[in-house]
Design a protein around this ligand. Structure first.
Ligand code: PEP
Length: 253
């Protein structure tokens, strides 16, 4: 049975005081209300990771994630944060290849493949994002395009390494727009990605890989999305900034 997971990507939001309130509310609600088998990952800004780690550490079902990391393990890269640094403060997951990173910071497939490597080498788990633009969706080959993002970023890995990889399908046209993929659109893409994994690594790896949906997921649409056979949870942006709504999403399975 593959892992169900809900991750909150806080992006560049919250002051420290606000982050402390949000994390304690989420921790209390998850403790009191959530099913124990859903992994809950919080991805705050890097600045707060070490502080928030203390809140999450006692709760086995919860983990800390970063929103990015540099592709080198150390060096003269002013302003950057490395995988060993993230590991040293208690981070377990790292979001890689988010469409905002690809678009605003010009992250390339080659850089992302290197980031995947450094993350895995340091005992962290990548949440590897992929997804098509609206223009691509309106063309004919959007499924092939998203599959090609997996090929470029992940297919140099061994089957064994794939055990620590989480994939997040995030149609760019649905991120922060209020437009959500229908459950059928999400299921069709997730099934196609799983088939693509099976072609490279075989059925067992494909069946065991967690594939999240992201893009305007909220407490109202999460139950239908999470009921799809190939949707194993969500990568949640805006709705992860509100404790009640985020935990309701966690409880949507
Ligand atoms: C995201 O940025 O990963 C995301 C899914 O954002 P939102 O939920 O706000 O669309």
């Amino acid at each position: 049975m593959r892992k169900q997971l809900v991750a909150g990507n806080w992006k560049m939001n919250k002051t420290l005081d606000e982050a402390l309130i949000l994390v304690s509310e989420v921790v209390n609600m998850v403790n009191d209300e959530a099913k124990g088998d859903v992994k809950v990952v919080l991805c705050p800004p890097d600045l707060y990771l070490a502080t928030l780690a203390r809140y999450l550490e006692p709760i086995t079902q919860m983990a800390l994630g970063a929103q990015n990391c540099h592709q080198k393990a150390s060096g003269a890269y002013t302003g950057e944060v490395s995988a060993p640094m993230l590991k040293s403060v208690g981070v377990e997951y790292v979001i890689l290849g988010h469409s905002e990173r690809r678009q605003y910071f010009a992250e390339t497939d080659q850089q992302l493949a290197e980031k995947v490597d450094v993350v895995l080498e340091n005992g962290l788990k990548p949440i590897f994002c992929c997804g098509e633009s609206l223009e691509q969706r309106n063309g004919n080959d959007f499924i092939a395009f998203v599959c090609s993002q997996l090929t470029a970023g992940l297919f140099h890995l061994s089957a064994g390494q794939f055990a620590d990889v989480v994939i997040a399908y995030e149609p760019i046209w649905a991120i922060g727009t209020g437009l959500t993929a229908s459950s059928q659109q999400a299921q069709d893409m997730h099934a196609a990605l799983r088939q693509h994994l099976a072609g490279q690594y075989g059925e067992a790896v494909a069946e065991n890989t967690t594939i999240l949906y992201g893009g305007s997921c909220n407490e109202k649409n999460a139950p239908e999305l999470f009921a799809c056979p190939d949707v194993d949870g969500g990568l949640i942006g805006g709705a992860s900034l509100k404790s009640r709504e985020f935990v309701n999403i966690v409880k949507s399975f």
